[in-house]
Design a protein around this ligand. Structure first.
Ligand code: NAD
Ligand code: TYD
Length: 350
């Protein structure tokens, strides 16, 4: 019997991960702890909330007393740690929130798990979900490998790098059973519309300008979120303790090209004349310290565990757009109130 603590399960990736584990493994008991920050939304899990192997607890991973109580009550056999502050732009305006959740929160979970498992680590695993941004920024050539030295350059990536270091420190110091994966940019349903793709979909729907930072030359490697979750499943079940695995889409896009492809697809889906949405593109002031390029070499994961991305980008993007068009009430709800204030503040001077 496995009892798994998923942290941040009400967020974008966390909700897909939670749904996947709850439905694919009915014999596992899944406990989702999420603080329900602006990025957490229980509506993301509406379809599974009634299932008997799923439990939700609203709580903060920096609250050591709560985390201790949960470990005592549920006797977790594993942790899938997804909770984080995740948006680079927010980390530039409020870095300490990132240090608190990503560094202190991760360290709190590690410490409580280590004590609760009483240094008897057989059949236990602490799986830390991380990002390729810890490796820094690439030039026009090359890839991030698992061995690439860390060189984080935003408060977000620095806080994730710090948390990765703490996870590895627990492995080396205490023989604590960890796994880490570092993944490239995800996209798909339930993605909060502060990130490039869902923000642009939302703005095209409402005929609002599409803010492209700098010249739009920055490159990201995009992976459909369900492919990320499948990789996590494989690493969780078959990956080696103490190992790190890179996960990527082999799917590099310049921001400007990606937005043009998005505009093309949305014109068709919205029955607008070709070229309509592209007129919304607006070049705005660049992000501070904007990393030029991320690109993952995921051959270790392919060679050792047999994972490869399953979905072509054009199809994944099409499915993503369809989801947003069919779930406008979700979009309306998450873009009302405080989101609107955030948006006005971030893009006011452009
Ligand atoms: P997200 O911002 O959509 O969701 C984060 C979730 O964590 C939210 O539900 C939020 O309420 C919760 N949370 C935040 N602070 C918390 C706290 N102190 N205690 C408990 N819960 C808290 O993020 P996401 O995009 O789903 O990313 C999930 C994880 O995957 C993060 O660790 C991120 O670094 C990593 N990651 C994301 C991407 C990506 O492209 N989005 C790529 C690679 C790795
Ligand atoms: P984002 O979705 O924030 O992910 P990350 O910064 O973690 O890669 O941004 C993806 C790329 O899109 C990044 O190069 C910044 C750029 N971007 C814009 O040009 N305009 C925007 O409004 C946003 C949110 C991002």
């Amino acid at each position: 019997m496995q009892t798994i603590l998923i942290t941040g399960g009400a967020g974008f990736i966390g909700s897909h991960l939670t749904r996947h584990f709850v439905t694919k493994y009915p014999s596992y008991k899944i406990v989702n702890v999420d603080a329900l920050t602006y990025a957490g939304n229980l509506k993301n899990l509406k379809d599974i909330e009634h299932l008997p192997n799923y439990h939700f607890i609203k709580g903060d991973i920096t609250d050591i007393k709560l985390i201790e109580e949960l470990f005592t009550e549920h006797q977790f056999t594993a942790v899938l740690h997804c909770a984080a502050e995740s948006h680079v732009d927010r980390s530039i305006t409020d870095p300490l929130a990132f240090v608190k959740t990503n560094v202190l929160g991760t360290s709190t979970l590690l410490q409580v798990a280590k004590e609760s498992w009483k240094n008897n680590f057989s059949d236990k695993v602490f799986y830390h979900i991380s990002t390729d941004e810890v490796y820094g920024s690439l030039g026009t050539e090359g890839f991030f490998y698992e061995t690439t030295p860390y060189d984080p350059r935003s408060p977000y990536s620095a806080s994730k790098a710090s948390s990765d270091h703490m996870v590895r420190a627990f492995y080396h110091t205490y023989n604590f059973p960890i796994k880490i994966s570092n993944c490239s940019n995800n996209y798909g349903p339930f993605h909060f519309p502060e990130k490039l793709i869902p923000l642009s979909i939302n703005n095209i729907i409402h005929n609002k300008s599409l803010p492209i930072y700098g010249a739009g030359e920055n490159i990201r490697d995009w992976l459909f979120v369900e492919d990320h979750v499948k990789a996590i499943d494989i690493i969780y079940h078959k990956g080696k303790i103490g190992e790190t695995y890179n996960i990527g889409g082999y799917n590099e896009w310049k921001n400007i090209d990606l937005i043009k492809e998005l505009c093309r697809q949305m014109d068709i889906k919205l029955n607008r004349p070709a070229g309509t949405s592209e007129t919304l593109i607006t070049f705005v002031k660049d992000r501070a310290g904007h990393d030029l390029r991320y690109a993952i070499d995921a051959s270790k994961l392919k060679n050792e565990l047999g994972w490869e991305p399953s979905l072509q980008f054009e199809e994944g993007l099409s499915r993503t757009i369809d989801w947003y068009l069919n779930n406008k009430d979700w979009l309306e709800e998450v873009t009302s109130g405080t989101y609107r204030k955030y948006y006005d503040k971030m893009y006011a001077n452009n």
